[in-house]
Design a protein around this ligand. Structure first.
Ligand code: NI
Ligand code: MN
Length: 226
C-alpha cells in the first residue's frame, strides 16, 4: 500500500492498483501550495463529512477523474445532484469494492456541506484489503465507539488519526484512541493548517513513543509504503 500525504486530512492511498483519495482539501490549503490537484489520480474519493476542509476539492477531482465518491447518504446525494457518481453508506455498514472492503464507522463531530445543506452524520472509514487494513478516523473526538473497531474488523496495520485539538481530539487523546483501536502505528492528520490546530511535533511524537507507539507526521507531498 502506498500512502501520500496532501495536507490537513487529505491522503492518497493506492491499494491493489486503485487510487483512493481521502478528504481532498488542497487548493485552499496554503501549506499544500506545492501539490498539484490536477496531477492526483483518483478512482475513489472517500469523504468523512461535509466540512470545507475535507471536501473543498472533491468536485473538481471527481469531475476530472470520474472517481466514485464514497461517503454517507446525504453527502453522496448532494454530489449526485451535481451529476457525480457515488456510493452511499451509513454508520456500521460495509461494502466490498474492487480494492477491498470499506466500513463506515462512527465519529463524534458535526457535518454540514459548504452551501449549508445538512451533511448527514460524520464518520470514519475502516478499509480491509489483501494489502492491509487501516482506519481513517476523519474528524472526531476520542470516543468509546473506537473500541468496536478491533472487535469487528481485521487487525489494523496503521491508523490515520486527527491530532490538532480544538476541533477534534488532541494528540494526548489520540494516544488513548490508539489503545482503543489496538494499533500502535499512527499517522497524524488535522494539525498545523490553521492557528487553532497548531501542534508541537516533538511533544506529539513523545506522547506516543512514551507508550511504545509510533507517530508519523508526514511532510506534505511525502509518500511511504506500508
Ligand atoms: Ni470537520
Ligand atoms: Mn476538519
Amino acid at each position: 500500500m502506498q500512502i501520500t500525504y496532501y495536507g490537513q486530512s487529505c491522503f492518497g492511498i493506492t491499494i491493489n492498483g486503485k487510487h483512493l483519495v481521502f478528504d481532498p482539501f488542497i487548493t485552499a490549503n496554503e501549506l499544500a501550495k506545492d501539490i498539484k490537484l490536477e496531477e492526483i489520480p483518483a478512482d475513489y474519493i472517500l469523504l468523512s463529512h461535509g466540512h470545507q476542509d475535507h471536501v473543498a476539492d472533491a468536485e473538481a477531482l471527481a469531475q476530472r477523474t470520474g472517481a466514485k465518491i464514497i461517503s454517507n447518504y446525504e453527502i453522496v446525494s448532494w454530489y449526485g445532484k451535481k451529476g457525480l457518481d457515488g456510493h452511499p453508506m451509513n454508520h456500521g455498514g460495509s461494502w466490498q469494492f474492487d480494492f477491498g472492503k470499506v466500513k463506515y464507522v462512527n465519529a463524534v463531530h458535526s457535518s454540514v456541506l459548504p452551501d449549508g445543506t445538512y451533511g448527514g452524520n460524520p464518520g470514519g472509514f475502516v478499509v480491509e484489503s489483501t494489502e492491509g487494513t487501516f482506519y481513517f478516523a476523519g474528524d472526531t473526538a476520542l470516543t468509546w465507539d473506537m473500541k468496536l473497531i478491533p472487535m469487528t474488523c481485521q487487525a489494523l496495520d496503521f491508523a490515520i488519526l486527527p491530532l490538532g485539538d480544538n476541533f477534534t481530539m488532541g494528540y494526548q487523546d489520540a494516544v488513548i484512541a490508539s489503545d482503543f483501536i489496538a494499533c500502535n502505528n499512527i499517522i497524524g492528520c488535522h494539525y498545523d493548517t490553521f492557528g487553532y490546530i497548531e501542534i508541537d511535533h516533538e511533544l506529539a511524537r513523545k506522547a506516543f513513543s512514551d507508550q511504545g507507539k509510533e507517530l508519523s507526521l508526514l511532510k506534505i507531498g511525502e509518500s511511504i509504503s506500508i
